[in-house]
Structures are given as C-alpha cells and as structure tokens.
Write a protein that binds this ligand. Structure first.
Ligand code: ASP
Length: 329
C-alpha cells in the first residue's frame, strides 16, 4: 500500500469509527414508528413520546410516530412488532411485561428472546399504590382493614394480564392474602381515569402516570413499591410497602427499546447510539426525574446488557408468577 493509500485508509476507518449513522438511515422523508403496546396517555406511552422527541434530534430530525397497539397486556403490540418489517423503521417500546408474558401466557405467538433485536434499557420507574377519591381509607392500615372487610368486592384495576399493574396487583393480593377482583384495561390511562371517577377501588401503577394525579389530590396515595422512599416532592412522604410489613415487596418497572429480529446491525447501532444520547439529554432527564423515573445504568443501555437483564428478569418474575399460579391463554 502506498503512503497516500495508507493515510486514506486510516482516515476512512476513523470516520467509520466515529460516525454513529448507518449509511442512509434514517432516509430523508421516512417516518420511524414506535409501537407502544398500551393506550395513549399512560406511563409507557409517556416514556415513548418523551424519548421520541429527544431521539429524533440524533436521527437527522426524522419524524417519529407512536402506534398505540394496545390490548391483551401488551401481547398484541409486541406481537405486531415481532412481525413488522425489519428495516429499522418499526421499533417497539415496552416495559417489564417483556419478562412476565413468557410465563404468564401459555400460548405466546412470538419469543421475546429470539424474535427481537435489543436496543437498550431506558429507565427504571417505581410504582405507587393509589385509591379512588371516595375510598374510606386514609392510609395503608385502613386500606388493609377495608379490603379484608370487603373480600371479593374490592376492584383492583390493571392494564391487562402481563402488565406492570397486574404484576404489582398479584404480589399485593398474595402478600395480604385478600381476595380482590382484577379489572383489566388496555393500558393504565383508562384505568386511572376510572379510578379518579370512582369506578374502581385500587390501582398500582408507575409514578410516571400517578405523580401528577397524586400532587393534584385526584387520587389517594398509600405507598410506594420500592425498598427506599422516593425523593420526588409529591411522593416523598409515602411509606414503602416493605416498611408496612409486606416482606420482600420490591417492584421497579423498566422500559426498553426493541426492533424486529434481523434489523441490520449498523441500523441497530444508530438506534442504540441515538437512544443513549437521549439518556444524556438534560431535557429528557428533567422530564423523567420530575415523574420519579431514573435513567437506566450504562451497563443496561447496551443491546447485550439489555438482553442479559431481560433474561434475568424472566427468571426472577417466572418464579413469582408460578407461585401465584395465574396464567392466560
Ligand atoms: N403502566 C401500565 C401497566 O400497568 C401500562 C401502560 O403503560 O399503560 O403496565
């Protein structure tokens, strides 16, 4: 190789190493769709919309739209993403459900580990236990008392079998050993709307959905699901369920980004780079923190770290779900 060629080759390699964009992706004028398998206005949807707003700045200002393919505890939208064209223009943003549905659903028409490319974990979000405004229970001890006196009549809302609220509700019922009636919705937005309207009694949901309603006193708040109290102003006085005697109660919801299996590696790198850049975007961080969410640790923002984490979560929640003995077809 002549010296000139060597210099050119080194320069080219350097450009490739520093360029975060796959050739031609995203193409000008092409829209990227992020499938959210829950209703618009809920916590997963809010994370997706905030992330899309930031990510587009790192993707040539591409238009990113959200497709709320809701229903069946996230399995409809997740299945839609598994079957989508694997060209980088259809992504999926979903939560901890990715690790609960493989155990909860007897017949899942896709495989969460084999049918997706992993794009990175985005955040961790605590949950809160909240009640309807007219519930005659002002604190957790009173909730327990009221629920045990109303066994079988307590309506516990959730976003479908496999959702975060369903998982939290399962743990809540088995910790208290109180029989409650699950009321499934297609997402947490309609569930909290019905809670505020006194149609259902209790809901356990991400702080990204509940913080502003708690602050506005539109719902009653009883406890948080994490091991430590939270620092978000509207939530900082809430006790943890563990401190209230629910041994080992510890649920934190995480959200991750995916693409259909076979999406080209250079495109996935562009997507992962854009997502990681968003996780450092002060605007995105501010919006997440205001709602009690914590940006994911660096080890889980890589595709390999993300997949390893999901594998460990499938093992962890599989045991809890099998112990509860709840399944769906
Ligand atoms: N937070 C909901 C759940 O319970 C889903 C949603 O984001 O609407 O899983």
């Amino acid at each position: 190789m002549t010296t000139i060629f060597k210099i050119a080759a080194v320069a080219l390699a350097a450009t490739a190493a520093f360029s975060s964009h796959a050739d031609g992706y995203p193409a000008a004028g092409k829209t990227i769709t992020i499938i959210v398998p829950f209703t618009a206005g809920g916590p997963t949807d809010k994370v997706a919309r905030d992330l899309a707003e930031s990510m587009r700045k790192h993707l040539n200002n591409a238009t990113i739209v959200i497709d709320n393919a809701d229903g069946a505890g996230s399995t409809i939208g997740t299945g839609k993403a598994a079957r989508a064209r694997n060209d980088g223009y259809t992504l999926l943003l979903t939560h901890i459900g990715m690790s609960t549905i493989p155990t909860l659903y007897r017949k899942l028409p896709f495989n969460v580990l084999n049918d997706f490319e992993y794009g990175g974990i985005i955040n961790d979000v605590p949950m809160t236990l909240i009640g309807r405004p007219t519930l005659p229970a002002k604190n957790f001890a009173e909730v327990k008392d009221w629920a045990s006196k109303n066994q079988g009549k307590v309506n516990l809302a959730n976003a479908g079998v496999g959702s975060a609220s369903h998982l939290c509700g399962l743990m809540f019922q088995s910790s208290l050993q109180i029989d409650m009636t699950p009321v499934p919705y297609k997402g947490a937005a309609p569930a909290i709307a019905d809670l505020m309207g006194n149609q259902v009694d209790l809901l356990c949901d991400q702080t990204t959905n509940t913080t502003s309603q708690i602050a506005a006193k539109k719902v009653q708040a009883y406890a948080v699901t994490t091991t430590k109290p939270l620092t978000t102003p509207a939530l900082k006085d809430l006790p943890t369920l563990q401190s209230l005697g629910l041994k080992d109660f510890n649920v934190t919801i995480w959200h991750g980004l995916y693409a259909p299996k076979g999406t080209p590696a250079d495109v996935m790198k562009t997507i992962n780079d854009a997502m990681k850049a968003s996780l450092k975007d002060p605007e995105f961080i501010k919006r997440q923190e205001a709602l009690g969410a914590v940006i994911a640790s660096d080890d889980r923002t890589t595709p390999a770290g993300h997949k390893k984490f999901v594998e460990s979560e499938i093992a962890k929640w599989g045991k809890v779900i099998k112990a509860a003995g709840t399944y769906a077809d």
